[in-house]
Write a protein that binds this ligand. Structure first.
Ligand SMILES: [Zn+2]
Length: 265
């Protein structure tokens, strides 16, 4: 039976932990490298509910995108969600692995999957010169589209009804940059890359404002732009480990209210 160290080694080969940002916390965060496993579960966030589902599935490995321990913990008590999740994981011997900014940057990770989900072709990292791939991916739409059609395309592809954006810089969209999750800090670099649109998330008012003459920025949601990677990671794990790979749903904490003034709410 494979053990956690085997899984960590494979993950590190494909999505090197050394790609992670210095502030990040990736790899095995809770558990034991020598623990064997006969199934794996994947989830977006380590919630108490996700860990309970892993218990119900009797799976001993739970891989998440966001790290369950990010800032230092001074206690492990049931007072906070992540601490409750850790307590249950330890109680049932569940190993918690985080694949965060290493998975964002790595080829085949969050941003490649996002670009593929959007149907982009000729997908490349923003800068090819760097040893570690840039977070940003740039690609081309299968065909050039008017802005309105493009925004609808993004909604359908990312399974969302809500986008925030500033004014388009071109009427037609062909070349697109993407960065899943909070990527708006890269907007100046992206604006030099001659793209018609930049899809990311967590975009602030002032970023939309500053960029309005040079870059069409679309905030498509943090969860919506990152969660597609899980299905792809599942497929890759299935090819490598001869064990069941479960996808555990962890809910988007962000809810949307749309006022309907037709009275049809
Ligand atoms: Zn994220």
């Amino acid at each position: 039976m494979p053990n956690v160290a085997d899984l960590i080694n494979w993950l590190n080969q494909v999505f090197p932990f050394s790609f992670a940002e210095s502030f990040d916390n990736v790899g095995l965060l809770v558990g034991d490298h020598s623990a064997p496993f006969d199934s794996i579960a994947l989830t977006f966030d380590i919630t108490p509910e996700a860990v309970q589902q892993a218990v119900a599935l009797n799976t001993k490995v739970l891989i998440s995108h966001h790290p369950v321990i990010f800032h230092g913990l001074k206690t492990i008590t049931p007072s906070e969600r992540n601490q409750r999740a850790i307590m249950t994981a330890i109680k049932y011997g569940i190993n918690l692995i985080a694949m965060h900014t290493n998975l964002d940057r790595a080829i085949g990770g969050v941003n490649d999957v996002l670009a593929q989900r959007l149907g982009l072709k000729n997908i490349m990292p923003l800068s090819e010169r760097e040893e570690i791939p840039h977070f940003i991916r740039i690609g081309e739409m299968p065909q050039a589209m008017p802005v309105g059609e493009f925004l609808q395309w993004v909604c359908v592809r990312l399974n969302t009804k809500f986008l925030r954006h500033n004014s388009p810089t071109n009427e037609i969209v062909k070349r697109v940059a993407v960065c899943g999750g909070s990527g708006s800090q890269f907007w100046r670099e992206v604006s030099q890359a001659n793209v018609d649109a930049f899809i990311t998330a967590d975009v602030k008012y002032h970023t939309f404002w500053d960029a309005q003459d040079s870059l069409f920025i679309i905030d498509a949601g943090h969860y919506e732009t990152e969660v597609p990677v899980l299905q792809s990671l599942r497929n890759q794990l299935l090819e490598t480990f001869n064990v069941p790979i479960h996808l555990i749903h962890s809910e988007n904490p962000v809810k949307y209210f749309v006022y309907d003034d037709t009275g049809n709410n």
